[in-house]
Design a protein around this ligand. Structure first.
Ligand code: HPA
Length: 296
């Protein structure tokens, strides 16, 4: 019989509202009076954007109350707060993933902290495998929608359990408009202005828990379901962002082609993901900067 004292109960939040407020106070005290209005999460290989932030203060996750360290190669694991594209941003160089063994409420804790800091807009980036045949490695896919496969059928939805309405959201939230249309249009306009329109795609991001890259049969299934790209992050953060009332821009860097043929010699690997990230990092920096500059 399961013990009633088990700490894995779904109804008990991993972090109470009061605890998240205390974490927010702790981080805020380390930001030296900066008051960010945009959150940015940098995915695998895209952390370089953080180096372009001006007047920056850096806070390692390990120095923030209740935050674990990031364990993934290519993820530095720190906040950088400062000015980018004329806006004050709080940037995450690295994120927490379910495949690291973290509860979805922990992977999304930074979003709630951001929300309590007054952040109302979130830019989420990730590295993803391309499944749409029209995509090329190095393309940037504007996320227009997602399939929360890991959350739909299992326990990886961060909103399972007690609904804390003080974050703003109700028990049952709509996610059909999770990705802000105007932000998407602005991002495309920024790409056109920078001469990068030909690498921008639209698509549906499919979230799997990882850490395995997909089998061929799995990629075929995901494509049939309507997925254009596949990855191991972002969706829990977006769901919590929506619950907090945030406007969201999501961008996937297509770092590799998801393998769909038994004849293919290609095999997905993390080094390829990081390498593509490094190659496209500069364009991503310019695009996000231009996007922020254009925003009122
Ligand atoms: N699959 C899942 N996650 C990923 C991939 C992939 O092919 N590439 C980058 N992240």
């Amino acid at each position: 019989m399961m013990s009633s004292s088990s700490s894995a109960s779904h109804s008990e939040p991993l972090f109470s509202y009061e605890t998240v407020c205390a974490i927010k106070d702790d981080l805020q005290s380390k930001l030296g009076g900066r008051s960010p209005s945009f959150g940015i999460i940098l995915g695998s290989g895209l952390g370089g954007l953080g180096e372009h932030i001006e007047d920056a203060v850096i806070v390692d996750y390990g120095d923030v109350k209740c935050f674990p360290k990031s364990t993934v190669v290519g993820h530095k694991g720190r906040f950088i707060c400062g000015v980018f594209g004329g806006k004050t941003v709080l940037c995450m160089q690295g994120r927490f993933h379910c495949y690291e063994g973290h509860h979805p409420q922990l992977t999304t804790l930074p979003i709630r902290v951001m929300s309590l800091l007054g952040i109302k807009s979130l830019i989420v980036t990730n590295a993803a495998g391309g499944m749409n045949e029209l995509f090329s490695v190095g393309d940037l896919m504007l996320i227009k929608d997602h399939i929360n496969l890991a959350g739909m059928v299992g326990a990886l939805n961060p909103l399972i359990g007690h609904n804390e309405s003080r974050y703003g959201g109700e028990r049952f939230i709509a996610t059909s408009k999770a990705y802000d249309k105007e932000y998407g249009q602005l991002f495309k306009a920024a790409a056109a202005k920078l001469g990068l329109a030909d690498i921008i795609r639209d698509g549906v991001y499919t979230f799997l828990s990882g850490p395995c890259f997909e089998t061929i049969a799995e990629v075929r299934m995901l494509k049939t379901m309507g997925g254009d790209a596949v990855g191991m992050s972002t969706v829990p953060e977006v769901i919590v962002g929506v619950h907090c009332g945030m406007r969201i821009l999501g961008v996937s860097l297509i770092t590799n082609e998801a393998v769909t043929s038994y004849e293919s010699v290609a095999v997905a690997n993390h080094e390829e993901v990081l390498e593509t990230g490094r190659k496209r990092a500069q364009d991503m920096v310019k695009l996000v900067e231009e996007f922020l500059t254009q925003l009122k």
